[in-house]
Design a binder for this molecule. Structure first.
Ligand code: NAD
Length: 542
């Protein structure tokens, strides 16, 4: 790829970062693509597969062509995964944890290649690609250390104290069907696949065709770490064609993507009586309280709004600022926004990268242009940057957005934030909650207690106090997910692994049956039991 980074000269808005020395073509070679393509389950019937194309967002040039899976291929992928799952589930949890911990080390050791692949397929800045590598490490460490504790059998009180010994055990679901989007192809893959493996499942993943290289490389690393190769199948193809095939065979469905598609996937899974988790869209709010440290809040807002060019489910698109500090905050925030460096090539240095596709760019342009036509003021950004790359758009801050504009309530999924001023904290909370979504929120205050109080009033699955999203997302021991239209179920923590299990209750009855015994007739048995039940309550038995 020719390096197109140029200086913006006198126009210092969004100066372009320094060029990296390697090009995408140096990294994504035909040999690498051919090797990774061999990891796709396709062509199982012998017919040559059609090819799905991804493009390098920095230039629009073709990046890779990968074989697409037919419905027969998806069925074959599930058959293979199901066969491999039996042996995998028989390994002890400790052995499975050891595989996860080796994967952790491999991801960190091989990060340069993963970062290159992530940048090449998403167009994001390297610093945001690194977020994916760190999530992969954090999640595999967490489940590499905690799975045995999450999955261990638990004693429960029995119907007859001492005489009924009850144990709750966790069995794997079987084969998990995983569908992932293009925006965080490595992080979201690992978030949901790693705990599925830890619980003894096999996985069939359908990544987005645009971003399948990093998942295919991650699969190679898991196999190197000790996962049986057949236990992780990757299928590729059009979402509306291959996605429903995955749902049709899965024993559990783990979906990450838009609310619209998630609704369809959840219905298909429900019709099969198969459980699912849905990690969907958001219209996340940040609240800057009057007592916030404005420098920290302005710096945090930049991370919150423009990481991965705003193509992040937990990024902030609505910014509520206490009126008395709004001018001072906005001065700091817009100055930092204007100074962000756009970058269109591999390597460190850029603060923000490209949008991923024409569709994303059109959506951003539509939202901003409509808001401006309806009277919004552009405080920073507000225009595409074809001089940097075909899909670049400046980080944008809008003021005075009216409720009729789509950007006010619809997810933009781009580098655009709307600013609103509030007079009271009740008003800020009410407006932040005035959305059908409920994924993530951020609150800024110099008092932790104050921040916590406001956080608890927000209807969002995660709330970060004095951070944008990474404090909750990076804490893999605690659940992460959405309320309302942002989803059903949680990833990370105990919920993130127990969803992949069937709970089974085993009760061993000793000495006497749970029925009349010792010659008691039914009436006497009922009397004895009535006394016993009263005694059990008095003894505070549970
Ligand atoms: P999308 O719903 O269009 O696609 C997501 C995945 O589903 C892709 O792999 C796609 O090929 C597949 N798909 C498409 N149609 C399908 C169908 N009918 N049946 C089954 N699968 C189908 O979403 P997108 O535009 O790729 O991703 C962006 C969206 O994802 C945003 O709304 C974003 O907020 C959301 N997201 C949510 C989270 C989260 O954790 N909550 C994380 C990242 C992204």
């Amino acid at each position: 790829m020719a390096d197109t980074r140029t200086s913006t000269g006198a126009d210092t808005r969004n100066p372009v970062a320094e060029a990296g020395s390697r090009t995408v073509a140096d990294v994504v070679t035909p040999a690498l693509v051919a090797r990774l393509a061999a990891g796709v389950t396709a062509g199982t019937t012998g017919a040559p597969p059609t090819l799905g194309t991804s493009r390098n967002p920095f230039t629009g040039e073709v990046l890779a062509e990968l074989p697409e899976s037919t419905p027969e291929d998806v069925a074959a992928a599930f058959d293979r995964a199901r066969a491999a799952q039996r042996g995998w589930a028989q390994r002890s949890v400790r052995e499975r944890e050891a595989v996860l911990l080796r994967f952790h080390d491999l991801v960190l050791a091989e990060q340069a290649e993963l970062l290159d692949l992530l940048q090449a397929e998403t167009g994001k800045a390297r610093v945001h690609a690194f977020e994916e590598v760190s999530v992969a490490a954090v999640v595999s460490r967490h489940y590499g250390r905690r799975s045995a504790a999450y999955l261990r059998p638990r004693r429960r009180s029995g119907v007859y104290p001492v005489l009924t010994q009850v144990t709750e055990v966790r069995q794997p679901k079987g084969v998990v069907g995983q569908i992932t989007p293009w925006n965080y192809p490595l992080a979201l893959l690992v978030d949901d696949a790693i705990p599925a493996f830890a619980a003894g499942n096999a996985v069939v993943t359908k990544p987005d065709t645009q971003t399948a290289l990093a998942p295919l490389r991650a699969r190679e690393l898991m196999i190197e770490a000790g996962l049986p190769a057949e236990a992780w199948q990757i299928v590729i193809g059009d979402g509306p064609v291959v996605g429903p095939e995955v749902v049709a065979h899965a024993d559990y469905v783990s979906f990450t993507g838009s609310t619209r598609t998630g609704r369809d996937v959840a219905q298909r899974a429900a019709a099969r009586l198969v459980a699912s988790s849905m990690e969907l869209g958001g219209k996340n709010a940040m609240i800057v309280l009057a007592d916030a440290d404005l420098d920290r809040a302005a710096e945090g807002a930049v991370r919150a709004c423009f990481a991965s060019a705003g193509q992040l489910c937990v990024s902030i698109e609505r910014l509520f600022v206490a009126r008395e500090v709004a001018d001072a905050f906005l001065e700091k925030f817009t100055a930092r926004t204007r100074a962000l460096r756009l970058g269109n090539s591999l390597g460190w240095g850029a603060d923000m990268g490209s949008l991923v596709s024409e569709r994303q760019l059109e959506n951003v342009v539509r939202h901003v242009d409509e808001a401006v036509q309806n009277g919004a003021r552009v405080l920073a950004g507000g225009r595409p940057r074809p001089d940097v790359g075909p899909l670049f758009y400046e980080p944008t801050v809008l003021d005075g957005v009216d409720a009729a504009s789509a950007v006010c309530a619809e997810e933009t999924f781009g580098p655009v934030v709307s600013v609103y001023r509030f007079d009271t904290e009740d008003e800020a909370v009410a407006r932040a909650n005035d959305t059908r979504y409920g994924l993530n929120a951020s609150v800024w205050s110099s008092s932790q207690a104050h921040g916590r109080r406001i956080a608890a009033r927000l209807q969002a699955g995660t709330v970060n106090v004095n951070e944008a999203y990474a404090a909750t997302y990076g804490s893999a021991a605690a659940p992460m997910g959405g309320m309302g239209d942002s989803g059903v179920g949680r990833r990370h923590g105990s919920e993130g692994i127990l969803r992949y299990t069937e709970v089974q209750t085993i009760a061993v009855q000793r000495l006497v049956p749970v029925a009349p015994a010792f010659g008691l007739d039914d009436e006497r048995f009922a009397k004895v039991l009535t006394r016993a039940l009263g005694a059990m309550k008095a003894l505070r038995l549970r």
